[in-house]
Design a protein around this ligand. Structure first.
Ligand code: ZN
Ligand code: FE
Length: 265
């Protein structure tokens, strides 16, 4: 399974999964249709699935036009998003499974994606996780606006406790998991991160590295879960240094205070 990253709008990423064996594709959070249609044509594949993580316009904006171009496409989203995602046909909850992707060496098998219910950014947000199918190959996590490289989504419809519970689910995945988040917010996130985790040398180095990458307009997505666990303050609510920096001894409180500071940053 090949994954293509398409940069759209000011800072969104759309992800296209290709199964070149079967000549089909699935798209995650199509903010717009035109660039997706162009990639589908370039690879001569048929779109069979739209995987939406949540209902925001910059994640579902291309749904209608893609459905018009591929009437047989199946539109997936969270069960709690009923009525908010254009064309939604499948209503997914925690532990549900989806199928997409080739299995090298076995033409009949398809990859299985696992669904995580991760409310916080919105009350209905879900993630799609495709576990590794071979040793030493990373799994792929499509988490929308929940984990960002160096940050996390704003709490529009959820509480800090919900977001910590959601992050706890995702944090248990293998460290080499590739995280395909929906925005290029990394540089701004890291500039904030160093203010709440100032003793973290790896974080400082990451800020240097990402500054260089972004100067050259190089994408910083996908990131990896291991790197995020070490340098993203929104996955470190239980680390003593982070708790001390916001004067809290409680994980959820620490997360809430860091999120509050980021909102003001
Ligand atoms: Zn969003
Ligand atoms: Fe978004």
């Amino acid at each position: 399974m090949e994954i293509i990253r398409i940069a759209v709008l000011s800072d969104n990423y759309i992800f296209l999964m290709l199964d070149l064996e079967r000549k089909i594709a699935a798209v995650v959070d199509p903010a717009e249709a035109a660039p997706v249609l162009a990639e589908l044509a370039r690879h001569q594949v048929e779109l069979v699935a739209i995987f939406n993580t949540h209902h925001h316009g910059d994640h579902v904006g291309g749904n209608k036009e893609l459905i018009a171009a591929f009437p047989n496409v199946c539109v997936y989203g969270g069960a709690e998003d009923r009525g908010r995602i254009p064309g939604q046909q499948v209503y997914l909850g925690d532990g549900d499974r989806v199928q997409f992707g080739d299995y090298p060496g076995d033409r009949l098998r398809q990859r299985i994606g696992e669904v995580f219910f991760i409310p916080g950014h919105t009350r209905a947000h879900i993630a799609y996780y495709f576990p590794p199918i071979e040793d030493n190959v990373p799994g792929e996590l499509f988490c929308g606006d929940t984990i960002f490289a160096g940050g996390c989504g704003r709490l529009f419809e959820g509480t800090p406790a919900q977001m910590v519970a959601s992050m706890t689910k995702l944090r248990q995945l293998p460290d080499n998991t590739r995280i395909w988040c929906a925005h290029e917010y990394t540089l701004g996130n890291l500039k904030f991160a160093v203010t709440v985790d100032p003793e973290n040398q790896e974080l400082h180095q990451r800020l240097v590295d990402v500054t260089e990458l972004r100067t050259n307009l190089v994408p910083t997505v996908p990131t990896s879960l291991g790197l995020e666990k070490r340098t993203n303050p929104f996955l470190r609510w239980d680390v003593a240094a982070l708790q001390a920096s916001v004067s809290s001894h409680d994980g959820v409180e620490t997360f809430a205070r860091i999120r509050g500071r980021k909102d003001q940053f």
